[in-house]
Design a protein around this ligand. Structure first.
Ligand code: IPE
Ligand code: IPE
Ligand code: MG
Length: 257
């Protein structure tokens, strides 16, 4: 596996279309409540939005799409809602995976899967295997994921792989391969629907230089046009990575540290 550039060590190349889009799909419950429906109806509807966005990302040439489906803190929700989400997760894995494979989309799961039912763990394993060779888009679902969990498990993995490492010898290069999403470049664009302007323990390490886009649109209403709007906004950002505007004009695609 090639090691991706760390935005704090080297200035990555920038492109008009984000290579990696990370989304916090928020607002399902409010979408349902507004319609006097149970919160869980919003989760079912949210799945249709996921299908649309996956397809549109592939069409627009995004290489990596990562969505936050269930955070390490979402276990705090009422057991009925958690149970519903688990069933929906398993059901949709089963029904969607062959379509992903047909569309050349690789599926990946990140998060602490050990807490999930064995039937889900097995389905995740077989889905990843079935789509492993797909190349058009890598679609990652973050489930029982937490940014702090990720950094800690990466540190543990790093120390396990280098048992004689002294504290001062720990570097980004040694840690990065152990992060859950080491296979992907850092996200270029982060989108959060549902109106909140927070990161809620999503990809804490990886968001260092990501452009952050917040919209009030509730996740089930987020569609292809909404995504293109976010991309337009992204296209207008000046990604300086610590440098000045004048430096960017002089050397727009710098790959120097
Ligand atoms: C996001 O929608 C989906 C999950 C967290 C699983 P919410 O369920 O958080 O919806 P709101 O924020 O309560 O409206
Ligand atoms: C973040 O949404 C997690 C997911 C979308 C899976 P939450 O609804 O759980 O976030 P908070 O609690 O409002 O920060
Ligand atoms: Mg929410």
């Amino acid at each position: 596996m090639t090691q991706h550039i760390s935005s704090t060590l080297l200035v990555p190349e920038v492109s008009a279309i984000p290579r990696h889009v990370a989304i916090i799909m928020d607002g399902n419950g409010r979408w349902a409540s507004k319609r006097f429906m149970p919160r869980v109806a919003g989760h079912s509807e949210g799945l249709s939005a996921v299908r649309k966005i996956v397809e549109e990302c592939r069409r627009l040439g995004v290489e990596y799409l990562t969505v936050f489906a269930f955070s390490s803190e979402n276990w705090r929700r009422p057991p009925e809602e958690v149970g519903f989400l688990m069933k929906l997760f398993l059901k949709s894995l089963k029904s969607e995976v062959s379509k992903l494979a047909e569309n050349d989309i690789a599926l990946k799961l990140v998060g602490d899967l050990s807490r999930f039912d064995p039937s889900i763990q097995e389905m995740v394993r077989s889905s990843e295997e079935l789509t492993a060779a797909c190349k058009s888009l890598t679609f990652t679902i973050a489930a029982n994921y937490g940014g702090r969990w990720d950094i800690l498990q990466a540190m543990q993995g790093c120390l396990r792989a280098n048992p004689n490492l002294q504290a001062e010898q720990v570097t980004e290069e040694l840690l990065q391969p152990h992060l859950a999403m080491a296979y992907a470049p850092e996200p270029d664009l982060f989108i959060r629907t549902g109106g909140e302007q927070r990161v809620s323990n999503f990809l804490l390490w990886q968001l260092a230089y990501t452009e952050l886009y917040f919209t009030d649109v509730l996740w089930p209403d987020f569609d292809e046009a909404q995504l293109r709007q976010a991309f337009e906004w992204f296209g207008q950002r000046e990604r300086r990575f610590g440098r000045t505007s004048a430096q960017l004009i002089a050397q727009p695609m710098s790959d120097v540290a």
